[in-house]
Design a protein around this ligand. Structure first.
Ligand SMILES: [Zn+2]
Ligand SMILES: [Zn+2]
Ligand SMILES: [Zn+2]
Length: 334
């Protein structure tokens, strides 16, 4: 993430709604990818999810027919706001979604919503089920996942207590809303690319055969646990469940690394911005920075911020993701 400043010179943040120094009302201008004071941007106005519900700080063109900002236009289902706590959960989901979008934009990836482009666009469902709301949604079960252009996130993932419970139950070392969103975007972009046979063969050499039966593989992962020596070849235990999950996990980490290095560069911890680094340079920089990051979070009494190790095999997988991102940057027919 870049660093942002108010016109008064004070540092502000990507999710700021107001400058704490001069009091200016702020919003994010996706065109300029900058935080701007609303007062000095006549052509821009607040997204209605911001003005009505306080869950968005992005701006939209004043003369637009759309009341929603470009990011909120990706929503297909939002949490049921008559349920206590859901507005707050929605705010967390929006924050994650915007951080995902910012990195996708920085990487120059195509990003169109599924209303404007029903064939290849992306939509998001923030859904509830019986676990969070047995009265309203009896006997329902919503899995976080990706299918046919739609990323579904269970609203409970935005609830700290529920997410921690799920993390403990699944014996995961890391579980965040942003992590889910970045992972699911990997599934989306692989299907968006609609890869040819040559690329699919290369995928198979790096991640394994993606046509292996998905339900059987996932059932076996949840019943028996991850592959024994998964750390040697996978970024996470879950990545060993199926080649498609390995791809999505690796893609998610590619985005984590890019965002984190951008932040490091913006704060003077790195000489270069990741946009001018090769993937090899990024991995090397992140291997040492992530150790420092973990030591720092431990220094303030928290656990590892990034409980992952990037070995040689994982580095090869990240290299493949880098190549795919280059392909996605150049416009190509469906
Ligand atoms: Zn200010
Ligand atoms: Zn918005
Ligand atoms: Zn997945």
């Amino acid at each position: 993430m870049k660093r942002f400043y108010c016109t008064c010179g004070n540092q502000v943040f990507f999710d700021s709604h107001r400058c704490l120094n001069c009091g200016a009302v702020l919003g994010f201008d996706p065109e300029a990818r900058a935080m701007v004071p609303l007062e000095s941007a006549e052509h821009l106005t607040c997204c209605s999810n911001g003005s009505e519900y306080g869950v968005c700080n992005w701006l939209r063109p004043t003369n637009s027919e759309q009341a929603l900002c470009t990011a909120c236009q990706f929503n297909r289902t939002i949490p049921n706001l008559s349920v206590a706590g859901n507005r707050e959960r929605w705010a967390v989901l929006e924050e994650g979604k915007k951080r995902l979008f910012f990195t996708l934009m920085q990487l120059g990836l195509p990003l169109e919503n599924g209303w404007a482009d029903p064939q290849r666009g992306l939509l998001m469902d923030f859904m509830e089920d019986a676990r969070s709301n047995p009265g309203l949604y009896p006997e329902s079960f919503v899995s976080t996942g990706y299918l046919g252009g739609v990323i579904t996130i269970n609203t409970l993932e935005a609830d700290d207590a529920a997410r921690t419970e799920a993390r403990m139950e699944l014996r995961e070392s890391y579980r965040t809303v942003l992590g889910h969103l970045r992972h699911e975007s990997g599934h989306y972009y692989w299907s968006y690319l609609n890869p040819d046979d040559v690329l699919r063969q290369r995928f198979a050499m790096v991640f394994g055969d993606e046509t292996v039966d998905y339900q059987t593989a996932l059932k076996s992962y949840y019943d028996l646990g991850p592959a024994e020596h998964w750390r040697e070849a996978y970024i996470s235990a879950y990545a060993s469940a199926h080649p498609s999950e390995d791809w999505a996990e690796t893609w998610g980490h590619y985005l984590h690394i890019y965002d984190a290095l951008e932040t490091a560069a913006a704060h003077g911890l790195l000489p270069d911005d990741p946009s001018v680094m090769t993937i090899g340079q990024r991995i090397a920089a992140w291997q040492s920075l992530s150790v420092a990051l973990n030591e720092m979070t431990r220094s303030v009494g928290r656990g590892d911020a990034y409980p992952f190790v990037i070995g040689e095999r994982v580095a090869e997988k990240l290299q493949f993701v880098d190549e795919v991102i280059r392909l996605l940057r150049t416009p190509h027919p469906a």
